[in-house]
Design a binder for this molecule. Structure first.
Ligand code: 13P
Length: 252
């Protein structure tokens, strides 16, 4: 049985004071509810969060990294810099990185391979844009993204992967995917994984849904058979909201 996994993605929100205040409050509220929890924060706050969450089950993730070990890449972060802080996860290929920062299937693949060579585990994001869904190409796009990202990745590594399905049209737009739409695509991602690596490995991959997951309907999403967790944006910014999502079983 796969452990459920819910990660918060703070994106470019919270200054240092706010990040520390969140972490102290969340540490007090937090109790393990059978769901693995992580916060993916801006780089600047990662060390503080690691320190405040020390001795708890709460994991800390970055939102991006470079695929090279080091070099003349102004403004970038090397994987080893994150590894040194004991960071647990790194989001790779978020749609906002693909949309605004020129990430391609190729760079996502290189980052994924690099992340697997560190002590961090990747959360690979995939998802179609609105025009792609409306043109009936959602499944084709997601299959391409997953297949390209996993090019050259061994079955052993793939078995440690988390894939977040985040339909771009349901992120910060007011439109939401129904639990059934989310479930259908997460099931499809499992099928692609099984096609690439066989059933045994495919079964191990944790598949999250992301896109306006809120405390009020987290249970509807999390109880769908193909969905193992969530990648939560806005609702991960308040400790009580994020904790409610982590306790979705009791909140039903
Ligand atoms: P929202 O939950 O704010 O829609 O963000 C989703 C997301 O992009 C998480 O990575």
């Amino acid at each position: 049985m796969r452990e459920k996994f819910i990660a918060g993605n703070w994106k470019m929100y919270k200054n240092r004071t706010e990040a520390v205040a969140f972490a102290r409050e969340f540490r007090k509220l937090y109790e393990y509810s059978g769901v693995r929890a992580a916060i993916c924060a801006p780089y600047l706050h990662l060390e503080s969060l690691k320190g405040i969450f020390d001795g708890t089950e709460i994991k800390v993730g970055a939102q991006n990294m470079h695929f090279e070990d080091e070099g003349a890449y102004t403004g970038e972060i090397a994987p080893g810099m994150l590894e040194e802080l004991g960071i647990d996860y790194c989001i790779i290929g978020h749609s906002e990185r693909r949309q605004y920062f020129g990430e391609t299937d190729e760079t996502v693949n290189r980052k994924l391979a690099k992340c697997f060579s560190t002590s961090m585990l990747p959360i690979l994001c995939v998802g179609e844009a609105l025009e792609e869904r409306d043109a009936g190409k959602a499944f084709q796009v997601v299959e391409r993204q997953v297949t390209a990202a996993l090019e050259g990745i061994s079955a052993e590594k793939a078995g440690m992967l988390t894939i977040a399905y985040e339909p771009v049209w349901a992120i910060g737009t007011g439109r939401t995917a129904t639990p059934e739409q989310a479930d259908e695509m997460c099931g499809f991602i499992r099928k692609i994984s099984e096609k690439l690596y066989g059933e045994q490995t495919g079964e191990k991959i944790v598949i999250q849904y992301g896109g306006r997951v809120k405390p009020g309907h987290a249970a509807d999403i999390m109880n769908m058979p193909q969905i193992d967790g969530a990648l939560v944006g806005g609702a991960s910014l308040k400790p009580a909201d994020f904790m409610k999502i982590l306790r979705y079983v009791q909140e039903r």
